[in-house]
Ligand binder design. Structure first.
Ligand code: FRU
Length: 519
């Protein structure tokens, strides 16, 4: 039997699978429409209307941070902050899912439940390849925060069956807080150095700093150093750190990147993801930029508590984040499930005029899921001209490249366009900023901060956008992933039409493609 999605897919296949659909070229008037079909299915507003297809979401109840991300034996493990009894934050558990291709996720039973030491806050996971902890060959070990007022301490648990069942270590907690410190959490652990001479390193968020510890066995931890006092953005508490080494593209160099959630004052308001670039010598992280330099991984509102996978194959560094914002997370629609994870993104470093900066791209696995291409030929859009592409694809990938002309003003792409609703990703030539707007994007009244526009400086004459649109998730990767904006939107029309627009002036659209992503 065909479900609604299957039916939509067949409609789409009839129109644009196989040969790409080509749009008319530059000589035609600029208000154009590429139809999909005369049949439209009007949705009813149910919680499922907002559910993305390829972004991870819980079947029910509340989620926040990704946790325990580790690759083992063909599976990417995603654990996550989970409150199974409610759609708002509460006593935290670790939920669990696995994926073989980073696109399709399989839900598994809850991995870690609260116990006498407290509820289970964020943390990471490693494979103990050399049985340093003595729990067994290739044990998967979770290192997490036990939260029990008034203390937060670090604990461990292990699994000998690929994360399916877990045993908590009887000696928990393994790292209690120094006296008087309340915020002491979110351990990210990795192996540093060679197999023989190496050791485990833990980075912890502590107030508005990070502390570094080392251990031979994941049980006894020794303090090494701290980083962060007066560095970067200090206007909110630091949470969920990560630390990893990356190659700098086009060079033989590497740098270490320290990333952090900061729970206030991010560029789009509320919580966001800050990072530092520098060096780590096994004991100490040093920032290679001025203390005052503040670097943001994402300029949208909904990318928080990012964490990278341990042991990803091929040396790739892949991370995901919670797609929400503590400013309004507990009030967003829908009301039966709440929270989503971003698309897994591959990280890199690029040398720019300002210094070495983080780049992010959707993982390559997504490319093999693309179908039903619609292509727009090169054209100039003038005088508020637009091109509408009708689409029924639940999950979409849009590529568009614009070359700015002397007369260019504002231009970009609207998604979920229909019945007066849409969300906008655009560029303003005057201000030299990429912007997003969700003030027309359906349900917005659950929090007054939700509709503030978001901007990010982008000095370029060619603006290249890659946008993933999937249910209530929108992720924008501009100019080779050097600038990223992640947003949730809650339109209610079910429309997946897109519109490429010029808002006054003239803009050269070099090319655009719309693909359906079929998981
Ligand atoms: C970040 C965070 C973490 C904490 C967890 C609790 O969103 O506040 O610092 O461990 O959420 O759910």
């Amino acid at each position: 039997m065909l479900n609604k999605r299957g039916f939509l897919c067949i409609l789409l296949l009839m129109v644009s699978c196989g040969q790409p659909t080509m749009l008319p070229d530059a000589h035609e008037p600029t208000d154009r429409m590429i139809p999909k079909s005369t049949m439209m299915i009007k949705p009813t507003i149910t919680p499922e209307l907002f559910r993305p297809l390829i972004h991870f979401t819980p079947q029910k109840a509340w989620i926040n941070d990704p946790n325990g991300m580790v690759y083992y034996d063909g599976e990417y493990h995603l654990f996550y902050q989970y409150h199974p009894d409610s759609t708002v934050w509460g006593p935290m558990h670790w939920g669990h899912a696995v994926s073989r291709d980073l696109v399709n996720w399989e839900h598994l039973p809850i991995a870690l439940y609260p116990d006498e030491n407290g509820t289970i806050f964020s943390g990471s996971a490693v494979i103990d390849w050399h049985n340093t902890a003595g729990f067994g060959e290739e044990a998967m070990i979770a290192i997490f925060t036990h939260d029990k007022q008034p203390r937060q301490s670090q604990s461990i648990a292990y699994s000998l069956d690929k994360g399916r069942t877990w045993t908590k270590y009887e000696g928990n907690p393994v790292l209690p807080p120094p006296s008087g410190i309340r915020n002491f959490r979110d351990p990210k652990v990795f192996w540093y150095g060679t197999q023989e001479a190496g050791y485990w390193v833990m980075v912890l968020a502590v107030g508005q700093t990070t502390l570094f510890y080392r251990s031979a066995d994941l049980k006894a931890w020794q303090s090494m150093s701290g980083f962060g006092l007066t560095e970067g953005a200090q206007c909110g508490i630091w949470e969920t750190p990560d630390l990893f080494e990356l190659p700098v593209a086009g060079t033989n160099e590497t740098r270490w990147v320290l990333t952090l959630g900061i729970n206030n004052c991010a560029p789009a308001g509320g919580s966001g993801t800050q990072y530092f670039v520098g060096h780590f010598d096994g004991e100490r992280f040093t920032n290679e930029n001025d203390k005052e330099t503040v670097l943001w991984a994402d300029y949208g509102a909904d990318f928080y508590a990012a964490q990278s996978f341990s042991d990803s194959p091929d040396g790739r560094r892949i991370w995901m984040a919670w797609m929400s914002n503590w400013d309004y997370a507990t009030t967003t629609p829908p009301e039966t499930w709440r929270g989503a994870m971003s698309i897994p993104r591959e990280l890199g470093l690029a040398k720019t005029a300002d210094g070495i900066r983080l780049t992010q791209q959707p993982v390559a696995e997504l490319q093999s899921k693309l179908m039903a291409e619609t292509e727009v030929a090169s054209t100039v859009l003038t005088d508020d001209g637009s091109i509408t592409i009708e689409s029924s694809a639940e999950a979409q990938l849009i590529n568009a490249t614009f070359t700015i002309l002397p007369e260019s003003s504002r231009f970009g792409i609207r998604v979920h366009v229909g019945d007066g609703q849409s969300a906008t990703v655009g560029y303003s030539r005057k201000e030299r900023v990429l912007f997003t707007s969700r003030s027309e994007a359906g349900v917005t009244d659950f929090n007054e901060k939700f509709t503030t526009g978001h901007i990010a400086s982008l000095e370029a004459d060619v603006i290249q956008l890659q946008i993933i649109v999937d249910g209530s998730a929108v992720e924008v990767f501009a100019n080779d992933g050097t600038l990223v904006m992640t947003e949730r939107i809650f339109t209610t029309t079910g429309s997946r039409d897109i519109e490429i627009f010029a808002d006054g002036g003239r803009i050269q659209l070099d090319s655009a493609q719309l693909y359906e992503i079929a998981p």
